[in-house]
Design a protein around this ligand. Sequence first.
Ligand SMILES: *Cc1c(COP(=O)(O)O)cnc(C)c1O
Length: 430
Amino acid sequence: MTDGQTYGFDTLQIHAGARPDPATGARQTPIYQTTAYVFRDADHAAALFNLQEVGYIYSRLTNPTVAVLQERIATLEGGAGAVCCSSGHAAQIMSLFPLMEPGRNVVVSTRLYGGSITQFSQTIKRFGWKATFVDFDDLDAVRDAIDDDTRAVFCESIANPGGYITDIPAIAEISDAAGIPLIVDNTSATPYLCRPIDLGATLVVHSTTKYMTGNGTVTGGCIVDSGKFDWSANDKFPSLSQPEPAYHGLKFHETFGPLAYTFHGIAIGLRDLGMTMNPQAAHYTLMGIETLSLRMQRHVENAQKVASWLENDPRVEAVTYAGLKSSPYYDRIATVCPKGAGGLFTFAIKGGYEACVKLVNALEIFSHVANLGDTRSLVIHSASTTHRQLSPEQQEAAGASPNMVRISIGIEDTDDLIADLDQALTKASA
Ligand SMILES: *Cc1c(COP(=O)(O)O)cnc(C)c1O
């Protein structure tokens, strides 16, 4: 299947990138548990190393099983190419790597996965990079935060922890005007619910650990390039527009056109940072992706029912799910994620911190874990775990107040999920 655009999502999630194994005819994609690939001769080897010919050299850069997953995700996102890597956090570093230099900054949303807040506010400083955090509902603030050293804008489509929906077209317009790429973390939505590239994003990153794999078995990440950004339009992106010393002065954008960023991600990013996805992980994720649309439909259906039930319960103070008419984000669903608002949201309960701790301890089907996007329903009390080190003001700004819990709704029977929440709320309010 090469002409992906003519098929529907449900067909592509099973077939894109895959073909019967040329050696054996095996119908399912084999796990190429292999490190190195034989060169036809010395000229072939030289052409591969010079990037004059595309092929397999060594699995830190490319592997046939991982390659199928890359093509599958690129197709589902409507991108030109994709690079898989070892985790979602690796994908975030890999996505910024070709764009950034010491002294440069990235403008990021305040509403992000907890681990991403730490990665951007602390760890990237070691590279001489900086993140400026802004409320992405305040478009003027986003515009004002961009300066001459800004090299990217970063947000989540359906954002943590409350399932908030980012106005991607409005943010894309701002980054376009500034001549810099918009990177959207599409982990919580998946390409089934949201297609950031169609809405104007340049790059999409994923933690494939979550819904894409779907069952809590492997960590992985992916960066998808739209192939639409003109890296040579200004002098901000020398890694892509200027001669690359490690490849005899080759210019990535001039040589590879819409695939420049993808080739850079493999030939420089994976080669030198080594954050490679292993073939076993690619296999598990390929298995998961085959049922992505079916699972996402159920996640959304269940989240909608559970959120509505919670909203009408007197023991509950507030529910953030964007699929509820009471949500300030409800109106964005039609443009940003027309097939539903996802499976992730927070709710506040009466009784504050103590009651939340009792609630998570009392839940039986919901597991208390720092994860999301599993077939299993998950819960976390952020204030006593992931956001424990923050001040009360910071907790509030992050949507992790002491009286709130975050839930990731699985694909179990909703009657069972509601019964579990009901008994735990009774214990929490006792
Ligand atoms: C989990 C997650 C990440 C980080 O991914 P890992 O695979 O855990 O490294 C990044 N963004 C979002 C939205 C996530 O949910």
